[in-house]
Design a protein around this ligand. Structure first.
Ligand code: SF4
Length: 179
C-alpha cells in the first residue's frame, strides 16, 4: 500500500480521553468519529503530549486560561512541543505534508478559537458561587496553542490549526474534509 505522506498532529486527549480533568468528557463520541475519519483518509497521526497532565498530573483540578498564563507554564509548553517541532521540520524537508494540528475547543491549553476564562485564584473551597459562575468562554487560544503558534511563526511553518468542539458535533469532520 502506498503511504499517503500526509500527517496530522492531534491533541493528546483525542486519542486518550483519560488525560482530561477527571469528570470531564463523559462522552467522547465526537473524538472517536474524528479519529475514524483520519484513519479512513490514511493520514498518519501524531499524538501531541498533554501539557496539563505532564505538569499537574491526573488528579488536577479544572483550570482557566488565566491560571496557566505564566512564564513557567509557557516554557513547559514550548519544551514538550519541541520534539514534535523537529519532526514537523524533518517530515516537511522529506516531502511529507503536515495537513493540520487539531486542538480541543474550550481547553485553557489546547483551545484554538475558544478557551475558558475566569478570575480564579486561592483555595478552591473559598471560591464564591459568583466567582465560580464568572467562568466564560472567550474567543482566544489556550496557552499551549498560543505557544505553538509563536513557535510555528518563528520557524515560518504554515500549519492549519483546527479544533474539536464537543458542542458542535460534525464541525471538525467537515473542516478536515475541506483541508
Ligand atoms: S490539556 Fe489539551 S491534551 Fe490535555 S486534556 Fe486538556 S485539551 Fe486534552
Amino acid at each position: 500500500m502506498e503511504r499517503s505522506k500526509k500527517i496530522v498532529l492531534i491533541a493528546h486527549c483525542i486519542l486518550n480521553i483519560n488525560s482530561k480533568v477527571s469528570g470531564l468528557a463523559k462522552t467522547n463520541l465526537e473524538m472517536k468519529s474524528v479519529i475514524r475519519l483520519l484513519l479512513e483518509k490514511d493520514l498518519g497521526i501524531i499524538q501531541l503530549p498533554c501539557p496539563e497532565l505532564t505538569i499537574y498530573g491526573s488528579r488536577r483540578w479544572g483550570h482557566v486560561k488565566e491560571q496557566f498564563a505564566t512564564p513557567y507554564y509557557r516554557k513547559h509548553c514550548r519544551e514538550i512541543f519541541n520534539p514534535y517541532l523537529e519532526q514537523i521540520i524533518d517530515y516537511q524537508a522529506a516531502g511529507y505534508e503536515i495537513i493540520a494540528l487539531i486542538g480541543v475547543e474550550g481547553s485553557p491549553s489546547c483551545g484554538v478559537n475558544k478557551t475558558c476564562s475566569a478570575c480564579w485564584q486561592g483555595e478552591v473551597t473559598d471560591l464564591k458561587p459568583v466567582e465560580l459562575a464568572s467562568l466564560e468562554m472567550i474567543a482566544e487560544s489556550g496557552i499551549f496553542i498560543e505557544e505553538i503558534k509563536k513557535v510555528l511563526k518563528e520557524k515560518e511553518i504554515k500549519l492549519p490549526l483546527i479544533a474539536i468542539d464537543e458542542e458542535k458535533p460534525g464541525l471538525t469532520k467537515r473542516k478536515i474534509k475541506n483541508l
